[in-house]
Design a protein around this ligand. Structure first.
Ligand code: CA
Length: 214
């Protein structure tokens, strides 16, 4: 990390971040921007190895600077350094391509470690931010494996979700119970599940649980 851009409007915070960057990368050269417009201008002026970007800038959001850097300098490591730990800010920054999201309230030593890590390819996330992301995935469940399900498998899954037994599903679809058991086996394998309860959960999540949708 030799060329480092710090986008931060508060001079005291800028100096503090500069010290942290210098502690992590003693040979680096610091460049500073104090607003969105100067951040955008600096982004066009030279190539950076690392950019620390504040979100709350007096003339707009640091997200614009982040977006511009990600587009024009894809190799630049961009880390958001902010006081804003809300979901919208985190999602906005990560979807704009941030390599890290660090809260400025963190202890200095931890920030130094995390900057060194991000230079080595390890995402830099404040513990509370990492926890929020983990909670999000705990709430939303596994990533969409249902894309692999065939129309017939979705149909069977919907019926199981409504509590139908294999024989009832077989009767409704004019198929044999063996065939239905085969479908269920395939559904379980594709969803990585092993019980009716889990099947019902997936059926509900996919909107397959109500009669008018199957
Ligand atoms: Ca600010």
């Amino acid at each position: 990390m030799t060329q480092v851009l710090i986008v931060e409007d508060l001079s005291e915070t800028r100096r503090w971040l500069g010290e942290i960057v210098t502690a992590a990368f003693p040979d680096c050269t610091l460049h500073e921007a104090t607003s969105q417009s100067s951040g955008l201008a600096q982004s066009a002026r030279r190539v950076y190895d690392l950019a620390l970007i504040d979100l709350g800038l007096p003339d707009g959001s640091g997200l614009e600077v982040l977006r511009k850097l990600r587009l024009s300098q894809p190799d630049t490591i961009c880390v958001v350094t902010t006081v804003m730990g809300d979901d919208a800010s985190i999602v906005g920054a990560l979807s704009a391509g941030a390599h890290g999201y660090l809260l400025k309230e963190q202890p200095r030593d931890l920030l130094v470690v995390q900057l060194k890590q991000v230079a080595a390819g390890i995402p830099a996330l404040s513990p509370s931010v990492a926890r929020r992301i983990m909670q999000h995935f705990q709430r939303t469940g596994p990533a969409a494996p249902e894309d692999n399900l065939t129309a017939r498998e979705r149909e069977v899954l919907g019926m199981i979700g409504r509590g139908l037994r294999n024989a009832e599903v077989a009767q409704a679809l004019l198929l044999s119970e063996n065939t239905i058991a085969g479908y269920i086996k395939d559904i379980y394998r594709k969803l990585g599940i092993s019980s009716r309860a889990e099947a019902s959960w997936h059926a509900a999540r996919l909107g397959l649980g109500t009669p008018d949708q199957t």
